[in-house]
Design a protein around this ligand. Structure first.
Ligand SMILES: [Zn+2]
Length: 202
């Protein structure tokens, strides 16, 4: 097999993408992409959260989750849309993992932010507990457990990323000398996210 990089280079770039390293980079990238001052600052009310979610889900404009048509009317009843083509009604969460739970979008975005803030410390803390998430949002443990499961699936390396894209709104730039997916990439992100790592241990 031909080696494009010459005989001296035995390291394929993909070798650096160990699953744990890739996951660590993924977690830190999400953390650093959260808005300054958090979601409560960037999206202070239910309407702004709803608008952000709709724009994230349908960046080209709302389309029907049933027939994909774009002739959509917003119904006077709050949060409801109507497809003029197939005549189905739907909401911003119809057809997504969030829909069945019937919880407000604002709560989803705040919960996603909380999970992201805890994820890089996963190996130390095990991530945010269901009880902590529940008391943060004012929901029962059962609802918090369901939310955490859905959010974790969305945020995973292979996840759909709808909630991730809704809350991770800052662009991260990487210096050109850093190869994405390498240990140096991870270390750079960790230094930005935790400039005082010793404080994590106290
Ligand atoms: Zn339709």
């Amino acid at each position: 097999m031909q080696n494009d990089h010459g005989p001296g280079n035995s390291h394929h770039p993909a070798a650096a993408l160990r699953p744990d390293l890739a996951l660590g980079i993924h977690h830190l990238t999400m953390l650093l992409q959260l808005p300054d001052g958090g979601i409560r600052n960037a999206l202070p009310d239910a309407d702004s959260c709803q608008g952000r979610f709709i724009h994230t889900r349908w960046p080209e404009g709302i389309s029907c989750p049933v027939c994909s048509d774009r002739s959509i009317r917003a119904l006077p009843k709050r949060d409801l849309f109507f497809c003029s083509h197939c005549r189905k009604q739907f909401t911003a969460t119809s057809g997504t993992a969030l829909h069945r739970t019937r919880l407000p979008i604002q709560m989803w975005l705040l919960a996603t932010e909380a999970v992201i803030r805890w994820q890089p410390l996963h190996h130390v803390s095990g991530g945010i507990t269901v009880d902590a998430l529940g008391s943060l949002l004012g929901v029962h443990t059962e609802a918090a457990a369901r939310m955490r499961r859905i959010i974790a699936a969305d945020l995973g390396l292979e996840g759909e990323g709808l909630l991730r894209r809704a809350v991770c709104m800052k662009t991260l730039s990487l210096p050109p000398e850093i190869t994405p997916g390498t240990s140096r990439h991870f270390e750079l992100l960790a230094a930005r996210a935790f400039p005082f790592p010793d404080r994590l241990l106290t």
